[in-house]
Design a protein around this ligand. Structure first.
Ligand SMILES: *Cc1c(COP(=O)(O)O)cnc(C)c1O
Length: 708
């Protein structure tokens, strides 16, 4: 983008010192989707790389003088460094898809993407779950495709909590304090004033660099601020309603001011989830202050805004008491022509109802001309859900469309399987566009090699599970007999099922334990063993969600499931990568239609993993009977309990009748031919479609409508 890039200074630093050069690579998060760059950081000091949570700047800081000396004289290391530097330069210099295929108007656009969380890598833990992963993957694809976009978010001092489970399985949230000097971010030198109630709060603007895309993160933990205000950006989704509204004002109002201060002339504002919707209040204020009429100002804001809603679950939509909202935003709007009732009306489904709380989703819908849900089904559910906002008589009249989510393929692709694809599919990652499809060549991969890759990834997962269980048991000071048992957990050749996502209640993590006897029989068959690995955190205040984690914790220790069920603590992007690449089958059993999209199920197919899911979220668009399984829904059941039980029985039926037999039916070479055919179908149908390159090309049409 046209703008002085504060990171240039760093990029041009002295090149004589190899560790300065490594740090330079570490400051562009491009490395988070480049396996050679990660190999380079690991080579600095493999145990430190693991112990630091894959944080290259931390490894550099802790590197011993002896190790530095060894590395400086290690030609393989310096050659790898030169190769990685060359790859980064080639990436940044490549002619992008947009440069080749974009229209003049698309190239002129300047898009700002606002989100409360971004998941770029486990070493920058500013995310809670799927929303953040989607936002991180959005930036990465925008960078790959050359879409002129900048991200705006918050920098949290303690990030999101780390989950430790106590001996009884109860959650103990741990909040690490992040030292920003060890994160891949630089100080832009810019700070903005954010009006909060009757006071001003300062927010400092940091920049992370994601390939070509800058991500600006606001931070209130400054000596100039009162202690209570310093805590605004302490925790992601922490604190009470006041903290929440303050955070959202810093994100929305502060974010717009930061972009102005940095010199951007933004043409499109994308509000990713309602958290960011105060962005449009600040823009409205700005136009009103320039003496535009309310009608024209609102029109301008609407035309330049895109809003994506992410959940049909009511608790997922922020609602603030009117008095709280007026207290926080009133003073900032005192000088412009936006009376309190008009402001409140923007956030109410029924503007005439003076008691109705102020809803951030409604604000975003009313101030954005282009709105979308995140799967075809979620689009339809959203149209029904928000009819009142539009005075619509039928859902079809509600102007909410859909763009189905995707994943950034290179981020989620296990390095171990890349050589196989390089050999047979010949992918061209750098400079590729959404229409490039190398997955259609999947038949060229010899079945024996495809199966070997699957087995190798599963074996790596099994080792990882044992290691993590051992660490968890040691931390809880459990007896040696438990440790020994942990080392025998899982079998490298057994059908491996994965379930990892936030432990929100509608996702029903423990559903498969509905009938423990029937499940134990499936898992415990000595000739056809099955094993399940779980991971997930609940929202820190969600007791019910934490109870689900506890239920699974107990099941994993139950005599009937010992060695066949494992729960990995502290689900993060690293755990996510190992699980989604290692499992044969990815299980998803939400209460339909509450899973707006879901993206974790798009990750296993990149490795030949198969989905077994309720037809919710993205799955109805992908499922074709050959590329996985659909769990029959029993929405007509007389109660939730009965529905849960029936859907669990339907899952057992599938496991017993199709999944387990197909996995274990082998030919003379030991290959499960029917299973492999499903793997091929999954690779061919899921990977080229359910990725963020395709998703971004669709968002581009919302950003720059060509026939507008
Ligand atoms: C992919 C991913 C998610 C999203 O999972 P859903 O199935 O969409 O809920 C959440 N957290 C992490 C760490 C992920 O990698």
């Amino acid at each position: 983008m046209t703008k002085r890039n504060p990171d240039r200074r760093v990029l041009r630093g002295p090149t004589s010192d190899i560790f300065t050069r490594v740090a330079t690579v570490a400051r562009n998060l491009w490395w988070s989707w480049n396996p050679d760059a990660q190999r380079l950081f690991a080579a600095l000091d493999p145990p430190l790389w693991e112990a630091s949570g894959h944080n290259p700047l931390r490894v550099l800081e802790l590197l011993s003088p002896e190790r530095r000396e060894t590395l400086a004289g290690d030609e393989r290391f310096t050659a790898l460094l030169a190769d990685v530097e060359q790859q980064l330069a080639a990436y940044l210099g490549a002619r992008t898809w947009l440069a080749r295929r974009g229209t003049a108007r698309q190239k002129r656009a300047r898009i700002a993407y606002f989100c409360a969380e971004f998941a770029l890598h486990e070493s920058l833990p500013m995310y809670a779950g799927g929303l953040g992963v989607l936002a991180g993957d959005h930036l990465k694809s925008a960078s790959d495709l050359g879409i002129p976009l900048v991200g705006v978010g918050l920098l949290y001092r303690n990030g999101y909590y780390r989950q430790e489970l106590l001996v009884d399985g109860a959650t103990r949230p741990v909040y690490p304090r992040h030292d920003f000097a060890r994160l891949p971010i630089v100080d832009t030198g810019v700070a903005v004033d954010v009006p909060l109630a009757r006071r001003n709060v300062k927010a400092k603007v940091w920049q992370a660099t994601v390939g070509r895309v800058p991500l600006y993160l606001l931070d209130c933990d400054l000596p100039d601020n009162r202690p209570a205000d310093r805590a605004i950006t302490q925790r992601l989704y922490g604190g009470d309603q006041e903290t929440r509204i303050a955070q959202e004002i810093v994100l929305g109002v502060g974010g717009v001011r930061a972009l102005r201060a940095l010199g951007y002339d933004i043409t499109v504002f994308h509000l990713n989830e309602g958290h960011a919707a105060f962005c449009n209040v600040e823009r409205l204020r700005h136009l009103l202050a320039a003496r535009l009429s309310r009608k024209v100002a609102l029109q301008r804001v609407r035309e330049s805004s895109v809003f994506t809603t992410h959940t049909p679950v009511p608790a997922g939509h922020d609602r603030f008491p009117p008095a709280l909202l007026l207290r926080y935003l009133g003073p900032m709007l005192a000088d412009v022509d936006l009376p309190p009732e008009e402001l409140l009306a923007l956030g109410r489904e029924n503007p005439a109802d003076r008691k109705e709380p102020f809803c951030m989703t409604v604000l975003a819908l009313r101030t954005s001309a282009r709105c979308n849900g995140v799967s075809r089904l979620h689009g339809a559910v959203s149209r029904e859900m928000w009819m009142r906002v539009y005075h619509a008589r039928k859902p079809g009249d509600v102007p909410i469309g859909h763009i189905t989510n995707g994943v950034h393929s290179e981020t989620w692709l296990a390095p171990e399987i890349r050589p196989l694809y390089d050999k047979y599919l010949r992918p061209r990652w750098v400079g590729a566009g959404p229409e490039d499809d190398w997955w259609k060549r999947v038949d060229r991969i010899p079945l024996g090699e495809l199966w070997s890759a699957r087995r190798a990834l599963r074996a790596r997962l099994v080792q990882f599970v044992r290691q993590r269980l051992r660490y968890q048991l040691e931390r809880r000071c459990e007896p040696a007999s438990e440790l020994l048992a942990a080392l025998r957990t899982f079998d490298e050749d057994a059908l491996t099922i994965g379930f990892a996502r936030r432990f929100a209640t509608y996702k029903r993590a423990p559903l498969i334990f509905s009938n423990p006897r029937r499940l134990a029989a499936i898992l415990g068959d000595p000739s056809r063993p099955v094993q399940i690995v779980f991971a997930g955190k609940a929202h820190p205040a969600d007791r019910e969600g934490q109870a689900l984690a506890q239920r699974i914790y107990r099941m994993a220790r139950d005599a009937g499931f010992r060695g066949r069920v494992a729960l990995i603590e502290d689900y993060d992007m690293h755990v996510g990568r190992v699980l989604t690449s290692g499992c044969d089958l990815w299980l998803n059993n939400p209460l339909r239609p509450q899973e707006a999209s879901g993206t974790s199920g798009m990750k296993p197919p990149l490795h030949g993993g198969l989905n077994c899911s309720i037809l919710d979220g993205w799955w109805p668009e992908a499922y074709d009977r050959r590329n996985g399984w659909a769990i029959p829904e029993h929405a007509d059941a007389p109660s939730r309990t009965v529905q849960d039980r029936r859907e669990a029985e339907a899952l057992y039926d599938l496991l017993e009748g199709e999944i387990v037999p197909e996995f274990y039916r082998r030919d003379r070479r030991g290959l499960p031919l029917r299973w492999l055919a499903r793997m091929q179908a999954s690779l061919r149908t899921v990977c080229p479609v359910f990725n963020t390159h395709r998703m971004l090309s669709e968002y581009l049409e919302l950003y720059v409508p060509e026939n507008a």
